[in-house]
Ligand binder design. Sequence first.
Ligand SMILES: [Zn+2]
Length: 309
Amino acid sequence: MSEQKQEMRDYVLPFQVGEHAIRGQVVCLDRVAETILSRHQFPDPLSMLVGEAAALVSMLGAALKFDGRFILQAQGDGPVSMIVADYATTNRAVRATAKISNGKEDKIAKAKGPEFLHLLGKGHLCMSIDRGPDFDLYQGITDLRGATLSEAAIRYFTQSEQIPTMIKLAVGKLSLPGQEAMRWRAGGILVQFIPAEGGARDRGEAELQREEDKEAWARAEAFVATVAADELLDPSLSSEDLLYRLFHEDGVRVFDKTPIGFECTCSREKIAGVLDRYSDHDLKDMVEDGHIAVTCDFCREEYKFPVKS
Ligand SMILES: [Zn+2]
């Protein structure tokens, strides 16, 4: 078991700072980031943004205490028209994708990095929790603001949900010891002030009245704000060591890691079901070389359906 733990390269590590209501997660996506991003082959700045979205939903999704899917969706009128990432608790799997506006590939490639607002333009950011058909869909929507995805998410939580939040995300290509090829890697850290466990999350701001809480939160927020990209991506710095580095003064307690995988929910049957909804005329237009080929937006898996002529 301990050997298995050491080998875990894709995970979310939950933690609590001191005795305070400050909780958080550290995420590390190694094989998962490489799988998602190498399949899409987006220009690098967009790959980084999609990797950040995958890291963020992994932290938020892994913290859910019930079966469900955490979905982040950003839509805009910029060179990138959409980014979607989701995390399913049932198989602890994340997936992520993006849509590029027609002909805007070059503009994206020239971006300096994962410039969220610059790449998406005007639009909105939506966070949803889907617990299946027996529950109402929980959905929060806000305008796209914030130069980076972490800034946009911090703004969403502090303003729409009244939960004091600090987030740092990082995505980069690096070669691990003993490997020559450059591989994608994504990491992140999130802290929130969440008072009563299982209680109303929206009381965060209101409960942040006690002087002691205020000070502890201000420290946690400031410490997380200092986390550099290389601290989140460096495979030789363990998440536990990073947390100790940040919070040793207040004391930090870590909980069991959640292993994260990559898995797509697409299937031949589902795609066939979608094709069934098209008219014969539209289907005819899709035929090429005697079959209809459909590629899943999330995992780039290609499904081919032969057509009888
Ligand atoms: Zn798929």
